[in-house]
Design a protein around this ligand. Structure first.
Ligand SMILES: [Zn+2]
Length: 260
């Protein structure tokens, strides 16, 4: 296994926790290595030069040294601080949701996914620049599903394969797609989805962000789409909890934040 002692990486800070007396353990999503954790020595000291660069949501350029079990942050320079994400509770809440969603689906040993890194950085930038949060977040969710391999089937019935017509439908979290009214009547555990909500989901799935911005759903449709996506993510996360990836991530051999 070829390993470099020191690496450079572009990263988004997902979260941090106290570590030892004065250090901080930061969880990062990096362009070069995917998700990883690194210790920032002395980051809780008042005069720390690293601390300000390692707040959650920050886009940062890092130099990392490979320690025995964790990386050590040897240098940190902010690319974009996204300070406006910390201005209101609502902004912070939205940015936290964006970061946490990725954090919960992606594991440390999965390796890099530069598209995912770019999506995360772009989404935080859109929110920081004052783009409409509902739209920025829904677009993020739809692309995230693509990159994670959970792209929902929205154009053909996920049960019989027939082309979906312009009418109210059902949605199945377990098959990950729309179910036509004919199949839906005989199947358990389906959610209903209106023809308008489906129209916007399709629009986000096949459009660029610039094109997505032309969508102007009513607040009822906004709520419906949001609830549906939340339901799908909740279902997927619960299923992930039983997956080998999750078990790997909580295995005792992976260093716990309390061990020094
Ligand atoms: Zn069908």
């Amino acid at each position: 296994m070829s390993e470099f002692r020191s690496i450079r990486a572009l990263a988004i800070v997902l979260r941090h926790a106290d570590w030892g007396e004065a250090d901080r353990l930061v969880t990062l999503y990096t362009r070069e290595q995917g998700k990883l954790r690194a210790v920032a020595k002395g980051a809780r000291k008042i005069n720390s030069r690293k601390a300000g660069h390692l707040e959650p949501f920050t886009h940062v350029k890092l130099q990392l040294a490979r320690g025995r079990s964790l990386f050590i942050v040897t240098q940190a320079d902010t690319v974009e601080a996204f300070l406006s994400l910390r201005e209101t509770l609502e902004m912070t809440g939205t940015a936290s949701y964006v970061v946490e969603l990725l954090d919960r689906f992606v594991y440390e040993d999965e390796g890099p996914n530069p598209s995912l890194f770019r999506l995360l950085a772009e989404t935080l930038k859109r929110l920081a620049d004052g783009e409409e949060p509902w739209l920025a977040v829904r677009y993020y969710e739809m692309r995230l599903l693509d990159f994670l391999g959970f792209r929902p089937q929205l154009f053909e019935c996920a049960n019989c394969g027939r082309k979906i017509k312009a009418e109210d439908q059902f949605f199945s979290f377990s098959t990950g797609g729309v179910i036509c009214p004919r199949c839906g009547r005989g199947l358990p555990n389906l959610t209903s989805i209106s023809v308008s909500a489906l129209k916007y989901l399709r629009h986000f799935q096949r459009s660029s962000y610039a094109e997505s911005k032309r969508a102007q759903p009513t607040s009822e449709v906004q709520d419906e789409v949001e609830v549906l996506m939340q339901g799908y993510f909740t279902y997927l996360l619960e299923r992930e909890l039983n997956s080998p990836g999750f078990l790997r991530s909580i295995r005792p051999s992976s260093s716990s934040p309390n061990s020094k």
